[in-house]
Design a protein around this ligand. Structure first.
Ligand code: DAV
Length: 364
């Protein structure tokens, strides 16, 4: 895409920090469901104490009180975005409560449209519906259908990666998540391409991606070949007992500034040091250990959204992080989000950038 097109395209996202103009934010409504217990759940739910909750409540709405609080947080996030002049769009309601089945498997329901970042990989002028590794999330992309149609009509490219079969061949038989001191291992086999959109993160002509409970090497290869010569996809080595997505682990925040999770990043790709990037080591989360977290870890604090190269939306309560970000030259905007994080994600998960003002370039 030439720079002129990039300025005017309706869909244009090549990095995390060009000035944000339009974003899709998830939706909390009465049928926001607890993900049903399925083969992927023990691989992604960090806290074993929560497994029984999912086994009992999977496919049912989250408790009303939790949804109300989560919705309040999401409204506050939308408010921050709108105050900054960003156009906010949302998915349509969708019948998540209906059972899902293919000839290979069935689950009691789908889940929600809370986390658009997992579902749509928006890169340059194209929207890629991700080949998600969750049976219960395999139709979630349909909640974004009207939006995708609209963006397509406005000139965007729109494609679905081969929707995975997710039969037993897709998952390692008898998989048990590794302990902290064990070597990394992953749930997906190499049967077919699989990734969630949030397994990858954009940094201009370079895209970083990590294998996870929903991303395999076949998926990484599919993404590279689909994107072609314009982009280079790099695999980042992580150690995470319950790996799900790169965006609480490895976040290029601005040109020359990479935020990393000190517990998970095994090796920062050499290209960062060579190009003189600062490696910003995220401080420990301050969320109390007692705060209920069902589907992600306290490191979800790293799951920030940049409004531009300096303004960064972070979870209120992470004071040490806010201080540190200021020292690194950012302007943190604090927004309450712990109650949304309870049901499974941070600001980055809960949104997907549609348009940022800027052209495709290399930062290395
Ligand atoms: O460890 O909390 C959450 C990432 C969700 N996109 C974690 C992973």
């Amino acid at each position: 895409m030439d720079p002129q097109t990039a300025q005017t395209a309706i869909v244009n996202a090549t990095n995390e920090w060009d000035p944000l103009e339009e974003i899709v934010v998830g939706r909390v409504d009465q049928n926001t469901l607890v993900p049903p217990w399925d083969v992927i759940m023990p691989a992604v739910v960090h806290d074993k104490a929560q497994w029984d909750f999912f086994k009992q409540h999977g496919g049912m709405p989250w408790p009303v009180g939790m949804l109300k609080k989560a919705e309040r947080d999401l409204d506050a996030f939308i408010d921050v975005l709108q105050q900054a002049g960003v156009t906010v769009r949302q998915p349509e309601p969708y019948p998540y409560e209906r059972p899902l089945a293919t000839p290979d498997w069935e689950v009691v329901s789908s889940c929600y449209a809370l986390m658009p970042r997992d579902v749509l990989f928006v890169i340059g002028d194209q929207i890629i519906e991700a080949p998600m590794g969750w049976r219960s999330r395999s139709t979630e992309r349909l909640a974004y259908r009207e939006l995708c149609k609209e963006y397509f009509r406005g000139g965007a490219r729109w494609v679905a990666a081969p929707p995975p079969r997710l039969s037993d061949e897709s998952f390692t038989p008898g998989f048990v998540a590794p302990d902290e001191d064990e070597p990394q291992r992953f749930l997906p086999t190499e049967y077919e391409p699989m990734f969630d959109a949030a397994d990858a993160i954009k940094c201009g002509r370079d895209v970083f991606i990590a294998r996870s409970s929903c991303c395999n090497r076949f998926g990484i290869e599919w993404l590279q070949r689909h994107l072609g010569d314009e982009y280079t996809v790099h695999e980042v080595e992580v150690h995470d007992t319950h790996p799900m997505h790169i965006d609480a682990t490895f976040q290029p925040l601005a040109p020359g500034k990479l935020l990393i999770n000190p517990e998970r990043v095994v090796k920062v790709p050499e290209m960062f040091e060579k190009a003189g990037w600062d490696i910003l080591v995220c401080p420990e989360p301050e969320m109390p250990e007692s705060h209920p977290m069902y589907n992600c870890s306290r490191w979800i604090m790293m799951n920030v959204v940049m409004l531009d190269e300096t303004r960064v939306v972070i979870s209120a309560g992470e004071k040490r992080f806010a201080r540190q970000l200021r020292e690194w030259g950012f302007e943190p905007i604090e927004c309450p989000f712990w109650d949304f994080e309870t049901i499974g994600g941070g600001f980055h998960c809960a949104s997907v950038d549609i348009r940022r003002r800027g052209a495709l370039r290399s930062y290395f």
